[in-house]
Design a protein around this ligand. Sequence first.
Ligand code: SF4
Length: 340
Amino acid sequence: MSLTEEELQESLLKDGHKKFRARQLFQWLHLKQVFDIRRMTNLKADFQDYLLDKFIFPDFKILNERKSPTDHTAKYLFAFGKKQVEAVWLPYQNRQSLCISVQSGCSLNCSFCATGKIDFKGNLSAAEILAQVYGVQQLYSRRITNVVFMGMGEPFYNYDSVIRAANLIAHPHGMNISRRRITLSTSGVFTGIKRFIEENQPYRLALSLHAVFPEKRNLLMDIEKKFPYEEVLEYLRANRKKLQPGQLMFEYIMIDDTNIFPEDAKELTRWAKLLNAKVNLIPMNTEFNGMRPPPQEKINMFWKTLVKHGVVAVNRKSPAKDIDGACGMLAGKYLKPSVL
Ligand code: SF4
């Protein structure tokens, strides 16, 4: 399932099969999302035998489903061998988003995030990333319109598989999800950001800032020590012509008495305007690791300051909160984070 149509073609041609078989197989997998070769009715039995012999087909299980009684979101626990990950279905009025994972656990240790506290089991393959999209899609009649790589793990520490999976779900012979509706979210892995920009990737890029002063960001995100955000932002500023309008956004988790003071709003406004970036404000969902959500009036005041100064800022409610599916909560009740 990780192979592109061209790679399938090449492989089939080498073994003496017709080119059009690659398109048929690609469509079964990525458009019809049928993974049982014997159900691929327009493929002859001997060709099915050849495929079973030659390729490994996806093998995944949905171990658990948790549906929210309040906002219709749902969280799914997938198992790929020993690797377990979660994906979250987020239906809105005009779109259906799916938040997917790219690693089992996360090697980073952001202090506000439950995922960073569970055991890291490694990268997912492109097929394992896709299995979350196709596995959840099969459960709903409404089409997934948006995919956000914002679940467990750091996408740019699994760059090749992430881009491969994004290309496959955007492929016109597959699900054909618009590239502008696919978002990769990074904690600020500078090497990956540079590669993303140099390769002119068409996907939306969400940079998890969460603080705009080095000392504060250091407390929240270990990655600040390795890749200081100011260097990342200066690089993006120097290369902003390579970004399409609306392609860049900042993610900013609001934590009481930590990163929502007036000076934070001022500095965040400055960077958002310099880079023409939209800002997604996410109130912390629950008390965790000694941090707590701000009261509503502080949230509103922070948001209003940004908007008043001309920043496009969205004050995101926290969907999937009651099923532990909101941002920073993907450790489930199943995976037992060590600090919970
Ligand atoms: S916020 Fe993202 S990068 Fe940080 S620990 Fe959680 S999953 Fe990893």
